[in-house]
Design a protein around this ligand. Structure first.
Ligand SMILES: Cc1cc2nc3c(=O)[nH]c(=O)nc-3n(C[C@H](O)[C@H](O)[C@H](O)COP(=O)(O)OP(=O)(O)OC[C@H]3O[C@@H](n4cnc5c(N)ncnc54)[C@H](O)[C@@H]3O)c2cc1C
Length: 494
């Protein structure tokens, strides 16, 4: 490695921001490369009618444990604030309507489920025990434990969510209610491993929280720390290609889309695997890598609708999860069934006045049939606009059936489809990247070019928390135990 060489991080979502700060804190000269004009990926927010709305960070688990730990190591303690919220689950097909109260912990969540489904109490107990056991054994979920993570495969890696629920005789209604968090990873219960599902399910049941200010404080804190650490941020550009591998199987010269070159020691990709495939040198494509890439399937994506609400006083922040059908596999395949998450929130507007808002995300496969193959800003196709208006209305109608007090008080502020998401997160627009499928390993760790690593979307746990955790894991693997432990110690975690 020469002094001139940079450690490149590709992609500036939660995963890339985390990697960039970790690498810079470890003493690397970091260049962060982002194809969009702004950094942040799905952490980014936007303003309509003077109010801020989220794109891909509405709620999370982990704010009572792993999130503050990660923020501390990154030097961003100030971005670790969140308020616990309740989760109301409505199953339209069976008429079930139950609420998991805020701050009740996973035991409280189990109690709420058992109260509502008394005939399933024994099975629910076994389900919650499994969730707890899987979370307890999740590598890296407690950064103060610096013993190297075990690499054993657990029995829960070998069973799908559906087969596990069948094995404990959890009936379909209770299974649908308990499985509704599948919308937070977008993989089908009939094919996703229990491990993957349980990690996000446990974190959300234990502590569902609304991050204060969505992704804004994380991006602001990142910019501050990046300036202190001398991280170079290059937006509006991406890696085009690399020179061929050297005798060590490494690539050190990157050509960027803006015509400049970058000498790199290592490259960390925090993007969808298909975006990595575009830039790997030809010799890296072993038949097995090609097979693996071909097998990947997208997770679900969302149609998003945003509303401001009149007479804000009555709206209590919380999550409402509506399932149109009890078959979650059908929902995630988009087979005449859907689920919509409604985040009821309170935001200060540009004048500092508190306003009530609703951000809704309805499951939708990444391809939008009604959408023309156009680019952002040029989608004035009539069919597409009508489609957006229709779904926006349907989403509002569904909510007012569940919360009649909102009737006539919802004002659409914006709407976006998976096509919109594709502009934030090339190349496919799926919410969580690649689907978790039992028997298929995730692409995470070292790539066939020896100095290239991949973290990103849902490698370990889905969502923002999981993406950050995957970056910590890949950083630890790539830079080694000594460097990792130094950072953990410097943060005062041990
Ligand atoms: C509608 C929606 C709602 C969601 N809600 C939640 C939620 O409430 N809570 C939660 O935890 N998660 C949620 N998620 C999921 C969460 O947003 C993602 O899992 C997480 O943000 C992914 O982070 P990332 O860093 O892996 O990727 P991204 O945030 O997608 O960042 C990737 C970045 O890389 C850039 N990029 C891509 N290709 C290249 C390239 N070739 N060169 C340079 N740059 C490139 C992209 O422009 C982007 O900025 C939601 C997702 C969606 C779509």
């Amino acid at each position: 490695m020469t002094d001139k060489k940079q450690t490149a991080v590709v992609g500036s979502g939660a995963g890339g921001l985390t990697l960039a700060l970790l690498l810079a804190r470890a003493g690397r000269r970091v260049t962060l490369i982002e194809s969009q004009p702004e950094i942040g990926g799905y952490l980014r927010r936007f303003t309509r009618n003077g109010v801020r709305f989220d794109t891909g960070y509405h709620f999370s688990g982990g704010y009572t444990n792993i999130m503050p730990q990660m923020m501390r190591v990154l030097g961003m303690d100030d971005a670790a604030r969140a308020d616990a919220i309740a989760n109301r689950i409505v199953l339209r097909q069976s008429g079930d309507d139950l609420t998991v109260p805020a701050r009740c912990g996973y035991r409280g969540a189990e109690e709420a489920f058992c109260r509502h489904f008394p005939g399933d109490a024994a099975a629910l107990h076994r389900l919650f025990e499994a969730l707890r056991e899987i979370w307890r054994d999740t590598p890296m979920r407690d950064l103060s434990d610096i013993t190297p993570p075990k690499l054993e495969i657990s029995r829960y890696d070998m069973i799908t969510v559906r087969d596990f629920c069948d094995s404990i005789a959890l009936r379909s209604t209770a299974s649908a209610a308990a499985g509704s968090v599948a919308m937070c990873h977008g993989s089908l219960p009939c094919e996703a491993t229990m491990t993957f599902h349980a990690r996000v399910a446990f974190a959300l049941y234990d502590d569902l929280a609304r991050p204060f200010g969505g992704g804004d404080p994380i991006i602001a804190a990142f910019k501050r720390e990046a300036a202190k650490l001398g991280i170079t941020i290059r937006t509006g550009t991406s890696l085009r290609r690399f020179d061929d591998m050297d005798g060590n199987g490494e690539c050190h010269l990157a050509h960027l889309s803006d015509g400049t070159d970058l000498e790199v020691d290592q490259v960390f990709f925090a993007v969808h695997p298909l975006a990595v495939q575009d830039v790997l040198p030809e010799r890296a494509f072993t038949p097995s890598l090609c097979r693996r890439l071909r097998r990947q399937q997208d997770s679900t994506s969302f149609f998003c609708s945003y509303y401001t609400v009149d007479d804000e006083a009555e709206l209590t922040p919380g999550l409402v999860s509506l399932l149109s059908h009890n078959d979650i596999d059908a929902i995630l395949r988009g087979e005449n069934a859907y689920s919509t998450g409604y985040l009821l929130g309170r935001e200060a507007d540009a004048q500092g006045r508190m306003r009530s808002t609703v951000a809704a995300f309805r499951t939708m496969p990444p391809g939008v049939p009604e959408a023309p193959a156009t680019r952002a800003g040029r989608r004035d196709d009539r069919r597409y606009q009508e489609f957006k208006a229709r779904i926006t209305e349907e989403i509002a109608d569904d909510l007012t059936q569940i919360c009649p007090e909102l009737r006539g008080r919802l004002h659409p502020a914006a709407a976006g489809t998976p096509l919109t998401c594709r502009d934030y997160d090339p190349p496919t627009g799926s919410a969580y990247g690649v689907r978790n499928i039992c028997g298929q390993s995730r692409l995470c760790g070292r790539l066939p070019v020896r100095n290239f690593f991949i973290a990103g979307h849902s490698a370990l746990v889905p969502g923002v928390m999981g993406t950050m955790l995957a970056s910590f894991t890949v950083f630890r693997f790539a830079l080694g135990e000594e460097v990792y432990r130094r950072l953990i110690r410097e943060a005062g975690l041990v």
